[in-house]
Design a protein around this ligand. Structure first.
Ligand code: M6R
Length: 620
């Protein structure tokens, strides 16, 4: 959940400090409670660490005029030890300096052994034991830096992406990965070489990327990159550089810039029409949907499945909940959705004909990844990843894949990833329905899908009205979100958005459940947000609204234009376009995203980087 960057440049050429800081800024979404940088200058480390954002670190670097041709840097999301200067990375052990993203599960044992050997720890982190262990192998076992890192990696259990420098050897950076992402950037014109947790941090210098695999260790000098891995037979390191291709990143640097928007979340909400157009490009001009959009073997696999199990976390799990309604009602295949962190530890009934669908924006969510591995360990090998990051671990773990083309999502609150996931899941529903010979009106549904970007633009036009509502929310401590059927998951998503960025406590309920308990919470201080599409449950929903009104509750209703919901003293209404049928959840989530965004704005919270959270949850 942290971000790491490493850079080495030609001596007469450059200063890596601005490169490292720029990289950290791009990685701040991964963690932002503290940051640090270390470079080698005059045969010694110069290290600056501080609690807070990269901007603060940058100022300190400028004040101290930090420069060097080699360095490593880190932005942290605390796991072991509070956010403090001592716990911030890089960590130093004598000549060795390390940054780390991940969690070392056996760190207590390693720490104990190292303390027994006389090593003194300055922090509470698991990372410091990596620095001391490398130091131990360098000094006590006289190993070269590459071999010392390799030996250390053999001792570590858990997830790590590390970058290591040795102050006596300022011509090389060693990086290694196991279960945490790590990408190499090959500099242009011998300018140098780079590594980072994510390609967005490297685009400032290059679009030539090498995606390291688990178990890879690489040596970066200013002019060369060599990649090694353990040979299965000899157990020794072998050079496998020829097996790792350079890929040209299609990500444009502008895609990770804010442009004219105030926050990334706002930008990403407004990018949704384009994100959907891009995601739908795969079926452009088609009158039906071919299974092959999910992979070459999709036809065979999808024809023979008996049920679907969706595994995901957070917003991605909400997309799964919407899909459950679609898959059961349109394709008529049993579908279950399970929170990945629960499934991975539960004794479930496996079925080899069950399609396992993993949904993830980042493709790196530790629980989702572990849940897929768990499903496979139970003999369920029909796996499909719906994911926004092409080279991610989750994509690689699954046999079938569908890449949502939302573009980079930087704001911690997921928005455009959600709507593109829904589009992908609707396409999956259509393919499953066709595989099961269900009678569906493909041309109409595809037409509806293709019209969605225009319909979303209309909903985005409600921004000003929604911002006014949000101002009324800012002084509330709690909120209830209600929906029914297909739109209950949208209520869940609205509540999650509001709580994570505005810190207003919000709960979502299926509206019919209100009278079984939550109605007791309703009074004039409890705003009740209602998702009210004009579907077959509308009349029942209206009855639920009466229950709230009768108890003095204040209703904020998002209704379809033709839903005939009446404004009253306690019922505020914003009308969406006319009912959009099965795809209506994709429209109804947009106002809830805007409501959360403007409530957070009114409260003055850090919209893109809410407290205690990080974008990619790569730890358990
Ligand atoms: O990258 P993923 O989609 O796997 O992430 C899952 C959740 O961590 C994520 O959706 C989280 O709930 C968001 N912050 C919600 O806005």
């Amino acid at each position: 959940m942290c971000g790491i960057v490493a850079a080495i440049c030609n001596k007469n050429n450059a200063n890596v400090v601005p490169i490292l800081l720029e990289g950290l800024k791009k990685l701040e979404y991964r963690g932002y409670d503290s940051a640090g940088i270390a470079v080698i200058a005059n045969d010694d480390f110069s290290r600056i660490r501080s609690v807070g954002r990269v901007a603060k670190l940058e100022k300190q670097c400028q004040e101290q005029n930090l420069t060097s041709q080699i360095g490593i840097a880190h932005t942290r999301w605390a796991t072991h030890g509070i956010p403090s200067e001592n716990n911030a990375h890089p960590h130093i052990s004598e000549n060795i300096c390390v940054v780390h993203n991940g969690i070392i599960e056996n760190y207590e044992q390693i720490r104990q052994n190292l303390q027994n050997a006389g090593y003194v720890f300055q922090s509470e982190t698991d990372t410091e034991c990596i620095a001391h262990l490398i130091s131990f192998y360098r000094q006590q076992k006289n190993l070269a830096l590459l071999d010392a890192v390799f030996a250390t990696c053999q001792d570590l259990i858990g997830a790590f992406a590390i970058a290591v420098i040795d102050k006596n050897f300022p011509e090389e950076i060693i990086v290694a990965r196991q279960n945490s992402p790590l990408i190499l950037g090959c500099g242009n014109d011998n300018e140098g070489n780079f590594a980072a947790s994510d390609a967005s941090a490297l685009l400032q210098k290059t679009n030539k990327m090498i995606y390291l695999e688990n178990g890879d260790i690489a040596s970066l000098t200013a002019n060369n990159i060599e990649i090694f891995a353990q040979n299965i037979n000899s157990k020794l390191l072998e050079n496998i550089s020829h097996l790792r291709q350079i890929k040209i990143s299609e990500l444009s640097p502008a895609a990770v810039e804010l442009g004219n928007f105030r926050h990334f979340m706002q930008k990403e909400i407004f990018e949704q029409p384009d994100a959907l157009v891009n995601t739908l490009e795969i079926i452009s001009g088609c009158q039906n949907v071919q299974p092959q959009i999910f992979g070459v073997n999709a036809k065979n696999i999808l024809q023979n499945i008996s049920k679907v199990l969706i595994l995901a976390c957070g917003t991605s799990a909400h997309a799964g909940l919407v899909a459950r309604y679609w898959i059961e009602s349109i394709a008529q295949i049993p579908c279950q959705v399970e929170i990945a962190s629960e499934y991975r530890y539960r004794h479930s009934i496996a079925d080899e004909n069950q399609l396992i669908v993993a949904i993830s924006q980042s493709g790196e969510t530790a629980d989702t990844l572990a849940a897929i591995k768990h499903a496979k360990s139970l003999g369920q090998h029909k796996t499909l990843a719906i994911c926004n990051v092409a080279e991610s671990a989750i994509i690689r773990e699954c046999e079938l894949k569908f890449l949502t083309r939302a573009g980079p999502e930087i704001g911690v609150a997921s928005t455009k990833a959600f709507t593109t996931q829904l589009v992908a899941l609707f396409l999956l529903t259509l393919v499953l329905a066709a595989a099961k010979n269900k009678n569906i009106n493909f041309p109409k549904l595809l037409n509806d899908l293709r019209h969605l970007p225009v319909a979303i633009n209309k909903v985005l036009g409600l921004e000003t009205q929604i911002a006014e509502w949000a101002n009324q929310f800012a002084n509330k401590n709690n909120a209830l979100f209600l929906g029914r059927g297909l739109h209950y998951p949208i209520a869940l998503e609205g509540a999650l958005k509001l709580k994570e960025i505005s810190y207003i406590h919000a709960e979502a309920y299926p509206a019919g459940e209100l009278k079984h308990g939550p109605l007791a919470l309703v009074d004039a201080n409890m705003p009740v947000v209602v998702v009210a599409p004009n579907d077959e449950l509308l009349d029942k929903l209206k009855a639920n609204l009466k229950e709230v009104e009768a108890r003095g509750g204040e209703l904020y209703v998002f209704a379809d234009a033709n839903a005939d919901v009446k404004v009253s003293k306690n019922l505020h209404l914003i009308q969406l376009p006319e009912h959009y049928g099965e795809l209506s959840p994709i429209l109804h989530v947009i106002p809830l995203q805007l409501l959360a965004y403007y409530a957070a704005l009114a409260k003055g919270t850090d919209v893109d980087k809410p407290r205690n959270l990080a974008k990619s949850v790569t730890v358990e």
